[in-house]
Design a protein around this ligand. Structure first.
Ligand SMILES: [Zn+2]
Length: 283
């Protein structure tokens, strides 16, 4: 079989199967335009498809590298790890899911938190990672975010949280839902000090994350075509007995309806955040 045949076969398989992550030997299948893109090209382009501008998901580590000046990031609270307070078991145990997620991402939970510099200005940064149990908001994610906000208050630092999450972590049930209130309370205290918070919503930002801290920024920025919403489209349609517009829950739809302030291409994100700091804080 020739290389072209292999690519064709793979492309067909991805049309049917798991779109977006398919590929082989350094090639990835773009879920939007279905073209194969060389991984090397994709890395140079910050994981944006050179054919159709589709923004592939970044890991939390890649997001930190995108926004923070090289060598300035100091990770905080990295030792925290989720327990299994409910002894939860669905098709597999929560403990097993945590173990798999830790091994596949080399993270201890679904967010990286720390402080660093962006073009010389210090700031506090949290970046979520969808690869870790859907970027879900478990008690460790909530605790790390809360501690980061509290540290930003103590040091009067601006804050950036990059969300990428399916919402609450069902395996932690009420312990997960409590994080929405906990982080929101911390952000309220942060705002009472007159400090500045930019919330960046990336694909996807859903459920309890949209319904809490991701919507509490002074400025809400999204990446193009990011899925942003609360409940899934099918659940909404079944509830209201109406068909949703085809672009509902996209960043563009949310911008049009006033939920977010701006859509920014990934290549411009760092300078955009920096310009907001300059404009609002004079730093
Ligand atoms: Zn594409």
């Amino acid at each position: 079989m020739t290389l072209v045949d292999l690519i064709r076969q793979k492309r067909e398989a991805n049309k049917i199967g798991c779109a977006g992550t398919g590929g082989f030997d350094g090639w990835l299948n773009c879920p939007k335009c279905q073209q194969f893109v060389e991984e090397k090209t994709l890395i140079v382009k910050l994981k944006v498809c050179p054919n159709c501008e589709h923004h592939f998901r970044l890991s939390a580590k890649e997001r930190v590298d995108l926004l923070v000046d090289k060598g300035t990031f100091e990770e905080k609270f990295s030792a925290l790890e989720s327990k299994d307070p409910l002894g939860f078991h669905d098709t597999k145990s929560y403990k097993a899911r945590l173990k798999e997620a830790k091994e596949s991402t080399a993270l201890k939970d679904a967010v990286i938190t720390g402080v660093g510099q962006i073009e010389g200005a210090s700031f506090a940064l949290a970046a979520m990672d969808f690869q870790f149990i859907g970027g879900s908001l478990g008690s460790v994610v909530g605790e790390k975010l809360t501690r980061l906000v509290e540290e930003a208050i103590l040091d009067s630092l601006p804050l950036v949280i990059v969300s990428q999450s399916g919402g609450a972590r069902m395996q932690e049930s009420i312990f997960s839902l409590m994080q929405m209130a906990k982080v929101s309370q911390a952000i309220k205290r942060f705002h009472e000090r007159g400090l500045f918070f930019i919330s960046i919503l990336t694909d996807p930002t859903m459920g309890g994350v949209t319904a809490s801290f991701a919507s509490l920024g002074d400025i809400l920025i999204a990446e193009p075509k990011a899925l942003i919403g609360f409940a899934g489209a099918r659940v909404i349609e079944q509830t209201i007995k109406q068909k949703l517009p085809s672009d509902a829950q996209t960043a563009e739809f949310q911008l049009k309806h006033g939920l977010i302030d701006r859509i920014v291409h990934r290549k411009d994100m760092k300078k955009e955040v920096r310009s907001f700091f300059k404009h609002f804080l004079g730093v």
